[in-house]
Design a protein around this ligand. Structure first.
Ligand SMILES: CC(C)(COP(=O)(O)OP(=O)(O)OC[C@H]1O[C@@H](n2cnc3c(N)ncnc32)[C@H](O)[C@@H]1OP(=O)(O)O)[C@@H](O)C(=O)NCCC(=O)NCCS
Length: 180
């Protein structure tokens, strides 16, 4: 793919939202997609065949204040050069300081399109998020469970299978976390 060999300084682009692309993203994700941010694609695509034989690519983009992880079925869409909503799934990760001055990574969103669920896409995006968090010096990765996800056994099982624990967040909601 082109961007893997180019000088990153030549590939910086201002992201422009495309029609309809904001509908599934969290408020944080929406703000990030509204332009004025500059992206440097990371040369570490993950390619695998999912449980239904589809060729899945996980592409990771570094933004100025967060990392965009996007999943594509290569039979449906060639992974783009800059982050769009993600045809098969998406996750967004932000590095931030904790109260003690250490770095932690907040998983802001993780979503697999319904047609691709239970086939390894979410797990691969989560693994990639943990890798990016570790490379960024984070000692913990955590995320809030969305209102709908709080009572969903499948979501709890998903995180539990990946070694996450649950705790009450500072805002009183439920969050999942893992030391890395
Ligand atoms: C939570 C969510 C992101 C998980 O994504 P996913 O792509 O379905 O996740 P995976 O396929 O990697 O893992 C789900 C299951 O498939 C299994 N699996 C993993 N790789 C597989 C493969 N190659 N083939 C078949 N099954 C596989 C996993 O073992 C896992 O099984 P489990 O039920 O025992 O946990 C997805 O369900 C989702 O988007 N939910 C709605 C949004 C949401 O709630 N997000 C979380 C907010 S906190």
């Amino acid at each position: 793919m082109g961007y893997e060999t180019r000088d990153p300084r030549e590939t910086k682009e201002t992201l422009q939202p495309e029609a309809g692309e904001q509908r599934r993203l969290s408020p944080t994700g929406q703000r990030a997609m509204q332009g004025r941010d500059v992206y440097v694609p990371r040369p570490d695509d993950v390619n695998f065949t999912d449980g239904q034989g589809r060729p899945i690519a996980i592409r990771t983009f570094s933004g100025s204040d967060q990392t965009y992880i996007r999943a594509y079925d290569r039979n449906v869409q060639t992974p783009p050069e800059r982050p769009d909503p993600g045809q098969a799934g998406y996750a967004n990760l932000k590095l931030e300081p904790d109260q003690t001055g250490n770095t932690r990574a907040r998983l802001q969103d993780i979503y697999t399109a319904p047609a691709y669920r239970d086939n390894g896409v979410g797990s691969t995006m989560l693994n990639q998020a943990e890798k990016v968090a570790g490379q960024g010096g984070a000692s913990e990765i955590y995320g809030s469970l969305s209102y709908e996800a709080r009572n969903e056994a499948a979501v709890h099982k998903f995180y539990h299978n990946h070694g996450y624990s649950t705790r009450t967040s500072a805002q009183g909601g439920e969050e999942v976390y893992k030391k890395i």
